[in-house]
Write a protein that binds this ligand. Structure first.
Ligand code: ADP
Length: 487
């Protein structure tokens, strides 16, 4: 049955309104190749209207009690849970991730983010500070930063937006969302749920478009803060354009997995493969490279090949499929280029290594394992963002640490070792924001602080529960003179 092609509309001030931009993007399913939607770009006037709506709503929304805002967050979570199958099905169709093993979990975690925010906001306590003057009382309050532009990527089209939306609105901010131009449908569906759950008009607004619309939003005088998740190149542009506006930036990773000579190799292989193939490798904390001690290299490779066989590529709606198509051609082309570069420099493909034929689109990429990857390769130096487990031999912990830290993308690393002191040596010395010991680089929980290390180009601030809420609010300090004491 042919799908009805939807024309997406902006959501501004509580209503769907036709976009007035003079260009549009056709949204094609990476799974089936069918056209799913037309997404017209927002015009400058549309951006103004969305920012104005958010600006109008913000003081009223912030004036509500934390309990009232929390109640709405819970209502949204409940409605997401009620509509989870439809929401997840469309997510798979537009993004490509396996329905049963990934899309449903994304939707459940999207709901969970609202529940976490609802609970956190009720406990946002601040300090009462002693004064040098007996007549003074110093109080602090946490205030929302105002109107946020939230600009997000296509790999987690509901989960990444909610990491900004839930803590952001729970704390009293209002938001203009610009989802990725590759996955606008998921945001349209998400917005419908938020509106149906009773979110007041203007608290979240949605506009569509690519970098030009994003930049207009970032530089708009009515936008007070920016929440961005995406590539480090875009992050840098945004930060330059944003000037002194507050920002929360999470950009790209080059997640090394370190397999030490004392690692449990079966476990390490499970984690490396999971991190390499989950979401077809299109995760900012994916296994981008595996630094394996030479003494265990061959035994580890055997384990990896065994585990990789348990990750069949195919139709993401089939229950047994664990790897779906990649989301878009530029990302698949980057995977092609990185592989070609590595093989040209002496790497050897052990498994996969190219796009798979016989599927409805060219985006189905064979889960790939490569060995003999050099430090001078694009795979080692940049983010590949595809279904790949690349092995790099190292001769010692020092070598592994040096290779891991010689990166401009210090987001998340995993270390496999059976020694507690070795684990601590790595976690003290790895230049990343997050370290996982004895599990995958793709291990995260919704409320843990997640983000990049200073000195690398991975951004700043933390995604995750109350830590995002802290970033999206600021302290207001109040000094009260209460007059003299008792006579
Ligand atoms: P990814 O490929 O991981 O999605 P990008 O950095 O290309 O990463 O895109 C992330 C988000 O940033 C998308 O919503 C995209 O439209 C937006 N974007 C791209 N360029 C700009 C820009 N110059 N200013 C603001 N937003 C931008």
């Amino acid at each position: 049955m042919a799908l009805a092609v939807r024309t997406l509309e902006n959501f501004v001030g509580g209503t769907w309104v036709a976009a007035t931009g003079d260009s549009a993007r056709t949204i094609v399913s990476p799974v089936t190749g069918e056209t799913l939607a037309e997404a017209p770009d927002a015009s400058p006037a549309d951006v103004d209207a969305a920012v104005e709506a958010a600006g109008r709503a913000q003081p009223m929304w912030a004036a509500r009690s934390a309990w009232e805002r929390a109640e709405i967050c819970h209502a949204i979570a409940d409605l997401i849970a009620e509509r989870r199958e439809d929401f997840a099905r469309e997510l798979t169709l537009e993004q490509g991730k396996p329905y049963a093993s990934e899309a449903l979990a994304d939707i459940d975690e999207t709901a969970e983010n609202f529940r976490i925010a609802a609970e956190d906001v009720k406990r946002m306590e601040t300090a009462v500070i002693p004064s040098q003057d007996p007549a003074k009382r110093i109080l602090t309050f946490r205030k929302p930063n105002g109107v946020y532009a939230a600009i997000t990527p296509w790999n987690f089209p509901t989960l990444i937006p909610v990491e900004l939306i839930a803590p952001g609105i729970a704390a009293g901010n209002t938001i203009v969302m610009k989802p990725s131009e590759w996955t606008p449908l998921a945001m349209a569906n998400f917005m419908q749920i938020m509106a149906d759950a009773g979110l007041p008009d203007g608290v979240v607004n949605v506009i569509y478009g690519a970098g030009e619309v994003g930049e207009r939003l970032v530089t708009h005088p009515g936008v007070d803060g920016i929440g961005f998740v995406g590539s480090h190149r875009t992050a840098e542009k945004i930060v330059r354009a944003a000037g002194l506006k507050r920002s929360l930036i999470e950009a790209s990773g080059n997640g090394p997995v370190v397999v030490c000579e004392d690692a449990d190799l079966a476990r390490a292989a499970q984690g490396a493969v999971f991190g390499g193939f989950f979401c077809a490798g299109q995760v900012c904390c994916a296994t981008e490279r595996v630094l394996v001690h030479e003494r265990v290299h061959d035994a580890f490779l055997d384990e990896v090949v065994k585990v990789a066989a348990e990750w069949p590529l195919g139709d993401p709606f089939e229950a047994e499929t664990k790897v779906g198509p990649m989301n878009n051609e530029p990302t698949a082309a980057k995977m092609d280029a990185h592989l070609e570069d590595a093989v040209g420099k002496g790497a050897e493909v052990v498994l996969g290594g190219s796009r798979a034929g016989g599927h409805p689109t060219q985006l189905y990429y064979e889960p790939t394992v490569v060995v003999g990857v050099g430090l001078d390769t694009l795979i080692n130096r940049e983010e590949t963002f595809g279904p790949i487990v690349p092995l790099i031999r190292v001769g010692s912990d020092e070598e592994a640490l040096a290779a891991a830290n010689d990166s401009h993308l210090g987001l998340q690393a995993a270390v496999y070792t059976s020694s507690l002191s070795r684990a601590f040596r790595y976690l003290d010395n790895l230049r990343v924001g997050n370290v996982v010991v004895n599990d995958s680089t793709d291990y995260w929980e919704a409320h843990e602080p997640f983000g990049g290390a200073a000195g690398t180009q991975t951004g700043w601030g933390r995604i995750g529960g109350r830590y995002t809420m802290l970033d999206m609010t600021d302290l207001k300090t109040v000094v009260l003179d209460v007059g003299g004491g008792l006579e």
